[in-house]
Design a protein around this ligand. Structure first.
Ligand code: GRG
Length: 302
């Protein structure tokens, strides 16, 4: 595990452990699915091509850690952590399609529709969304109440008031995004909603239902900061480190926060949002990992 600046060695071990557990659980689902495939095997390959292409697993890590800080057993959060990464991979596959951002590279590899074809990528995205709900609903350990709450939480985050709504505004309503406020509202939906859901789901897995609102507040602030850093990296990031070309936003004439306010002001605002996120953690004892992770995401290069 490389040394991650600003993260203590104890928390680095924890981060590494979460990522390994999630990756090995995802592999398990992959082999189960592949073993049941016949002629439709290509779509399963396309699903796992993107899912196992080495993302940071930020959303899964948040689910695991919120479960832990709420006193839960992190193994109980594994299905939800895998599900949120499936939904995230689904959104990335669709986001890269020619009808959306038309990006040819993702995570250092050709995008799903380039490695396969557009129809397969579209269906692989759809299948990943479906798989996320299957993984939660078929889990043997979680109670029905927890499953329903998890499914409700994901559906809200992905739907028209969440990620899909944000993507619609981003894709079709650039001319209407005339103020920082409406740009941030679009970010809250497009990126913040899923990150907030990742945090909320950790609390749900620990049955700490009274902590869900605080986790949501943390996740929304972190999600906004995360998207603004993403905008900044699209201008000044290193393509090799990012695993995708920079300049996608400007070639799509996207009105991002970093384009509108400049790099320095955007960095300052992302730092303020990161502070707001940390301040929302007062409800959670033992929040050092989450604080270090938030600070690291602010300084990330990919
Ligand atoms: C059909 C669910 C569905 C979605 C369609 C495409 C879409 C709507 C929404 C796009 C949402 C999106 C891609 C937002 C950008 C969020 C973002 C900053 C993604 C990058 O996340 P990282 O940096 O990626 O965590 P890795 O590769 O590390 O996992």
């Amino acid at each position: 595990m490389p040394n991650i600046s600003g993260i203590s060695s104890e928390n680095e071990v924890r981060l590494d452990d979460y990522i390994k557990k999630v990756n090995s659980e995802l592999d398990k689902y992959k082999y189960e699915e592949m073993s049941r495939c016949g002629l439709q095997k290509e779509v399963a390959e396309a699903m796992w091509y993107t899912l196992s292409a080495g993302g940071k697993r930020v959303r899964a890590v948040l689910t695991m850690e919120f479960c832990r800080v709420c006193g839960g057993d992190t193994d109980d959060a594994l299905p939800a952590a895998c599900a949120i990464e499936m939904i995230h991979a689904f959104s990335l596959i669709h986001d890269d399609l020619p009808c959306m951002d038309n990006d040819d590279f993702r995570r250092g590899k050709p995008s799903c529709h380039k490695a396969f074809d557009e129809a397969t990528a579209l269906l692989a995205g759809d299948a990943l969304q479906n798989k996320a709900f299957e993984v939660i609903s078929n889990d043997k350990k979680l109670s029905d109440t927890v499953k329903v709450k998890l499914i409700s939480c994901i559906s809200k985050a992905v739907g028209v008031q969440g990620m899909i709504g944000g993507q619609v505004i981003d894709t079709n309503c650039q001319a209407e995004l005339t103020t920082s406020e409406n740009l941030l509202e679009m970010y809250r939906m497009k990126t913040g909603a899923l990150i907030a859901a990742a945090c909320e789901m950790g609390c749900i897995c620990a049955k700490a239902y009274d902590k869900v609102d605080s986790a949501e507040k943390f996740g929304e602030c972190l999600g906004l900061a995360f998207q603004i850093v993403d905008d900044i990296l699209d201008i000044i990031g290193d393509e090799k480190e990012l695993g995708k070309p920079i300049g996608s936003d400007s070639s799509n004439e996207k009105n991002t926060f970093a384009v509108r306010c400049g790099i320095q002001e955007s960095q300052k605002f992302a730092e303020k949002l990161t502070d707001d996120a940390m301040n929302a953690l007062s409800d959670f004892d033992d929040n050092c990992f989450l604080k270090e992770l938030s600070a690291y995401l602010m300084k990330r290069k990919k």
